[in-house]
Design a protein around this ligand. Structure first.
Ligand code: AMP
Length: 430
């Protein structure tokens, strides 16, 4: 018989909350991490979103808080979770609140882009759990508005992304204010040297848990590409959205204005859709995500900024209206489907200008995508294109992979004649 949460010796209040959330069987990372964290071991976990990693630390930490009740320290907290983006911060806090609903536990979120007054008010009397993005938290710590000297446990979630986003220094400065004697968990989707070094400086004799390398989620996603002309993309997308069997879909676009255009286009065609991108205020982004989570919006049209934060199990399809300019974004985008063990579909629309980016993506994932040809918009021109990809405005991305040198073919006179003859022969035969 497979293991259930009841086998993990969690507090009854947590088991009830899990049952109410419909969780029965722990995922592999939960089955492995929860007993170790209940024992108080430090943990180094390699796992990405979609594996159930949030519950893997939230449940044992809630259990430990409840097992040794004490007032939360003024201006501080008993548990701190650091995460890279405000979307992830909110999601983790929602997880703590949902699992801890039958416990008397307070949770607060801290991130930038919104007024800090609310956050400092929430902190004044102390909270059990802070979930924070490192930048704003460090601001509050530096202003003396947050005191973490009584902290009992620290979690760093998606540590690799935090380092990628330049949070190494803020993390270091926050950690310098924490007590040495604490319980620490570090989770990361990848384990580059920088993470190994960070882990060494933060963790004491950590247990190691490694779950499902990123390809496992991707393996559950059926990926394909349709070659279409740029002018036909919106219509093709609309037809795809009308395919029976689509639950909820995320559409990715290259730029904010395209996200808005696509959102308007499909809304006018009768879909409920929300756009999510960096030009939207925090409130608008939260409302869009809430509507999508609640199912009142069937389609979310997003730019890459939002890719990591979208965690909705019912997403059956990801459509790439545009290829991403950075191949690794493709992997984050398609990871919005195929969650919680389900199968997902990712269909990419590729026009002539973005053809080179498709090659980059295929190199990144180590395989070529299967091509859908059987549709009215199929474009051989897009498929065979050797055009340069568009130059994007704004600041260039931090890490641009060197582009392959593209050699433009120069035709010799003999080749031109041979090609003309072949064309004539083909025309004559038809
Ligand atoms: P995470 O990796 O924490 O982002 O979790 C991915 C998704 O899996 C979340 O939306 C959870 O609701 C869901 N999930 C996590 N653990 C379980 C479980 N044991 N049973 C069912 N669903 C789960």
């Amino acid at each position: 018989m497979s293991m259930t949460f009841a086998d993990l010796s969690l507090a009854p209040a947590l088991l009830s909350a899990l049952a109410e959330a419909g969780y029965v069987t722990p995922t592999p990372i939960q089955a492995q991490s929860i007993p170790l964290l209940l024992e108080g071991r430090d943990l180094l976990g390699m796992a990405q979103t979609g594996t159930g990693k949030t519950a893997s630390f939230a449940l044992p930490l809630l259990h430990r808080l409840a097992a040794s009740p004490r007032p939360a320290p003024r201006n501080g907290a008993r548990v701190l979770v650091l995460a890279p983006t405000r979307e992830l911060v909110s999601q983790i806090a929602d997880g703590f609140e949902s699992f801890g609903r039958h416990l008397n536990i307070s949770v607060t979120t801290i991130f930038g882009g919104v007024s800090q007054m609310h956050q400092t008010n929430a902190l004044r009397d102390g909270v059990d759990i802070i979930v924070a993005a490192p930048g704003r938290l460090l601001d509050l710590v530096s202003q003396g508005l947050c005191d973490l000297s009584q902290l009992e446990a620290l979690v760093l979630d998606e540590a690799d992304q935090m380092l990628d986003m330049g949070f190494a220094k803020p993390i270091e400065r926050i950690v310098a204010t924490l007590p040495q004697d604490r319980h620490t968990v570090l989770l990361s989707a990848t384990m580059p040297k920088s993470i190994a070094t960070l882990a060494e400086s933060l963790l004491r004799d950590p247990a190691k848990v490694e779950i499902a390398p990123p390809s496992t989620t991707v393996d559950r996603i059926e990926q394909s590409v349709m070659f279409v002309d740029a002018a036909n993309k919106k219509t093709a997308l609309l037809e795809l959205l009308r395919t029976p069997g689509i639950g909820q879909a995320v559409v990715f676009t290259l730029q904010k204005n395209i996200a808005n255009e696509v959102c308007t286009f499909i809304t006018e065609a009768g879909f409920t859709a929300e756009a999510l991108h960096g030009n939207k205020s925090q409130g608008q982004r939260e409302r869009a995500l809430d509507a999508f989570r609640a199912g009142t919006a069937q389609v979310l049209v997003a730019t890459d900024i939002a890719a990591r934060g979208i965690d909705v199990d019912t997403v059956t399809h990801v459509f790439n209206h545009d290829l991403p300019s950075l191949p690794e974004s493709y992997v984050h985008r398609i990871g919005r489907t195929g969650r919680a063990g389900r199968t997902g579909f990712a269909i990419t629309l590729c026009d002539a200008e973005q053809r080179a980016w498709l090659r980059d993506v295929e190199r990144e994932i180590g395989r070529s995508l299967s091509v859908h040809e059987d549709h009215p918009w199929h474009s051989e021109e897009a498929r065979n294109s050797t055009m340069r990809p568009p130059l994007l405005g704004g600041t260039p991305p931090k890490e641009v992979k060197p582009q392959e040198k593209r050699v433009r073919k120069v035709w010799t006179e003999e080749e031109k004649q041979a090609a003309r003859a072949a064309a004539k022969a083909a025309g004559g035969a038809a």
